[in-house]
Design a protein around this ligand. Structure first.
Ligand code: SF4
Length: 511
């Protein structure tokens, strides 16, 4: 196994998005935490070298003819014996399969982990992946690498799927890490990522979620590392990497409210507001004034909130857990505390009651637009409903035979920018086009002129209404113009593909 007296190499690949999307820009400044945690755990093993290639943040890497990292050159320069793939996003799974086929042909063992392969291990095992890892990957990867190094069979390792001698998919039950284990994991070592420039450091401590949103693939009883562990991570990253900006990836930081309060208070006592945090929170957390105040004191600037929809029927179908009545009031509370809100919406959520009197698409669009305007949201993202693998939404649509086959709408279209299922209350075109129209209204080109006007008017605005008011308007217009350019670029490519025309032709649809 050892080559030229060197330790074998484990390379972990975070696959490229299939096309430019709303996350592409920020992805060039950050990375995915899960694979870095797994790589860090593996790097503590005596006898293995470890590196991570994040294809979405990869300046200076050798590129192939399609502009993506050239794995042939990477493998020639520094051959990996084991290659792991992060499969958290269905839209990147086709890229994983292409790379897995290449690495397997090179003689490497291929491993996959993440939500997509967790729910559909066999599919990837038949596309070039040797082992699928389920659940917390930190411990499993260590056992797998140790056994591979010793040339031992892997069949008994808990938490893996593989094809057995009869070519049947076999899955061993997972061992979940308890809270003590989560708090004793090593800090994420971002130094393992080659070619990446990390400006926003992802950190986190909570796994699983106690809510049951129908469209979400995050499942399992929530477990968390201690808040002290999260604080220690921040301190270590500040000291060793001069980190200033963090994204707390926990889906619901309120899951452990006491821990969240402890963490933000400790950050405020140690750093004041000199660090910058982006968090994900539920909208109704606005009722928790103590938590919001602690967040503000600690330097939280942006809250990413899954609004999903301003329409009660849709919120109910999603099992979001609240209605639209308080949404504006909660939004105002967040704004009152000075947070920027990045609001995430789902367009065209399919009804679970066909007999219900449903709103026309135009009326739905009007309600979305009116809510976004009234709420003064800072940035918005409106994606089409995605029947993600492993979700109850997908199971429901499959039962109704409404999901388009993968030959027509492949996994790479599962990024929220494309229709993936047959709607029952609007046309295919309405499902496809209306979110883009809503986004175009929000990210309008006139924002460019407003940026210039705001700069000219700065002294007066600053004197009359203060820095915060001026900065919010200026920053939001900057974001709006950036969003406008992104939509323009995306539409250019989209129109070339004739996606919706082909889909309509194939399915002879109702519009
Ligand atoms: S959408 Fe958020 S709150 Fe709902 S189940 Fe998923 S992680 Fe939990």
């Amino acid at each position: 196994m050892e080559r030229d007296n060197q330790w074998p190499l484990f390379r972990l690949v975070i696959p490229a998005f299939p096309e430019v999307n709303i996350f592409s820009r920020v992805a060039r400044k950050t990375t995915a935490l899960g694979p870095v945690m797994v790589a860090t755990a593996a790097s503590k093993l005596w006898g293995w070298r470890v590196e991570v290639i994040d294809e979405n943040n990869c300046t200076g890497a050798p590129l192939d003819e399609s502009g993506l990292p050239d794995h042939r050159t990477l493998q020639a320069e520094r051959p990996a014996e084991v290659v792991g793939f992060y499969c958290g996003l269905s839209s990147t799974i086709d890229r994983v399969w292409r790379l897995a086929a290449f690495y397997r042909a090179e003689g490497a063992t291929t491993i996959a982990g993440g939500w997509h392969t967790h729910y559909a291990p066999e599919e990837s095992l038949r596309k070039g992946i040797d082992i699928v890892v389920h659940g917390d990957g930190e411990m499993v990867i260590r056992r797998v690498l140790e056994l591979i190094k010793d040339g031992e069979p892997l069949g008994h390792v808990p938490g893996i799927s593989f094809l057995d001698d009869q070519d049947a998919c076999k899955t061993n039950p997972s061992e979940m890490q308890d809270e003590k284990h989560l708090s004793s994991l090593p800090y994420p070592d971002f130094g393992l990522i080659r070619f990446a420039k990390i400006k926003i450091y992802p950190i986190g401590r909570i796994r699983g979620c106690s809510r049951k949103c129908e469209f979400c693939s995050v499942k399992g009883k929530p477990r968390w590392a201690s808040a002290q562990f999260l604080f220690d991570q921040v301190q270590w990253l500040v000291e060793t990497r001069k980190a200033r900006s963090f994204f707390i990836v926990d889906d619901r930081m309120e899951e452990d409210r006491q821990g969240a309060l402890f963490f933000f208070e400790k950050i405020a006592q140690t750093y004041g507001r000199s660090l910058d945090f982006t968090v994900q929170a539920r909208l109704e957390a606005a009722e928790d004034g103590e938590l919001l105040a602690a967040m503000k004191r600690a330097g939280v600037s942006v809250t990413c909130i899954g609004y999903e929809s301003p329409i009660d029927d849709e919120l109910q179908a999603m099992r979001k857990g609240y209605g639209s009545r308080d949404m504006l009031r909660w939004t105002n509370i967040y704004h009152h505390h000075g947070f920027f809100i990045h609001a995430m919406f789902i367009w065209g959520y399919p009804s679970n009651n066909m007999s219900e009197l449903r709103l026309k698409a135009q009326e739905r669009s009007r309600r979305f637009h009116s809510f976004i305007r009234q709420a003064h949201l800072d940035t918005v993202q409106i994606l089409r409903a995605i029947p993600l693998i492993g979700t109850e939404l997908r199971a429901r649509l499959e039962q109704g035979n409404r999901i388009f086959p993968l030959e027509t709408v492949p996994w790479e279209k599962y990024d929220g920018n494309y229709v993936c299922f047959q709607p029952d209350d609007m046309s295919l075109r309405e499902l496809q086009d209306m979110p883009t129209k809503l986004m175009k209204k929000f990210y309008d080109p006139l924002s460019f002129m407003r940026i210039a006007l705001k700069i000219v008017a700065f002294p007066i605005h600053y004197l009359v209404r203060g820095w915060d008011s001026w900065h919010r308007g200026w920053r939001n217009d900057l974001k709006k113009y950036g969003g406008h350019l992104f939509i323009k670029r995306w539409l250019k490519r989209y129109h070339k593909d004739n996606f919706i025309e082909k889909l309509e032709k194939t399915h002879l649809l109702q519009d």
